[in-house]
Design a protein around this ligand. Structure first.
Ligand code: NAD
Length: 281
């Protein structure tokens, strides 16, 4: 079965729109600010995708563009301004930043209550301790998809390939919070197939096309392919989709799988952040 990220994302967006309308009826319009430093075409495309999702669900959005050579002080000043604004409920700093800027320091400046990407150390720490407040959107999207598929995570063998702060680590924490047995593999893992073959749920976030091939997975596995790479004029994931799809109980395509789920979860978290801030007032 192909796990249709687009239709799951449409479902999340419909729920989010309803919640946004509830707030709008009470005079509160959820607001998201994105910050882009420089003019990387890939980042500009992701920003456009996020803003059009905002439009669809009724979130007011604005994009702040800083020059490629912006200083860390400039960036931090901008984040602090947004932290103070009552019409902005979510702040997203588009990554990667130019090399001269430290993304960790900048991220940590975002008000944790407005950290809709879930990367603030306070939100990450809470996640690790078992309290999921605002969490990384890709991980949340995958958990949502598994819930919709009716897959119970308790005791499941979960293998995650990739141990980044953005995907692998937070997803591992969310899986552990649901009592799965989690194995995290990465570039230094000695025998990757030995691990991936054990997986009942396999999540691959390495950014290496065709890293996972037939023979590396067991029948009946659920596969989430997070990777996004360009080969020629095609966008591909990390999984050799065509050779594996008949073995899997469920598999996400690239494009049209995890990507739309991630964007939809960003919308959902922006509305969630708005609700939390409204309750605080
Ligand atoms: P990253 O570069 O920070 O981390 C890559 C991870 O993969 C590391 O843990 C690394 O050790 C591991 N890895 C690399 N090569 C490997 C190999 N040959 N064998 C085993 N492990 C290997 O990347 P990231 O930010 O986590 O992103 C990973 C991929 O997911 C990228 O293609 C990125 O574009 C994509 N991504 C997609 C979404 C989405 O919404 N679909 C969201 C975030 C990232």
């Amino acid at each position: 079965m192909i796990i249709d990220g687009k239709s799951l994302a449409a479902q999340i967006e419909a729920e989010t729109k309803e919640q946004a309308n509830w707030l709008i009826d009470r005079g509160i319009r959820p607001g998201l600010a994105t910050i882009l430093v420089g003019s990387d075409p890939g980042s500009e495309m992701y920003i456009r995708i996020k803003h059009s999702a905002c439009n669809r669900v009724g979130i007011r959005s604005e994009n702040i563009v800083l020059p490629e050579d912006a200083s860390e002080e400039q960036l931090i000043r901008k984040i602090k301004e947004l932290n103070e604004r009552s019409d902005i409920h979510g702040i997203l700093l588009q990554l990667p930043l130019p090399k001269a800027l430290d993304s960790r320091r900048s991220m940590a400046t975002i008000d944790p209550g407005k950290d809709v990407d879930g990367f603030h150390p306070e939100n990450m720490g809470a996640l690790l301790l078992g309290t999921e407040r605002l969490v990384p959107c890709t991980a949340k999207g995958i958990i949502y998809a598994l819930e919709q598929l009716g897959v119970c995570l308790e005791g499941k063998e979960v293998v995650i390939v990739g141990h980044s702060n953005v995907v692998g680590k937070p997803l591992a924490a969310m899986m552990l919070n649901r009592n799965a047995t989690v194995q995290v593999c990465h570039i230094f893992t000695k025998d990757l197939p030995a691990h991936t073959k054990r997986a009942e749920i396999l999540v691959v976030a390495a950014g290496v096309p065709s890293l996972i091939k037939r023979g590396m997975v067991q029948e009946g596995v659920y596969i989430f392919d997070v990777g996004i790479s360009r080969t020629g004029n095609r966008t591909v994931g990390d999984v050799d989709f065509d050779s594996i799809k008949d073995l899997a109980a469920g598999i996400t395509p690239v494009p049209g799988g995890v990507g739309p789920l991630t964007v939809a979860m960003l919308m959902s978290q922006t509305v969630q952040a708005t609700e939390i801030q409204t309750r605080r007032q």
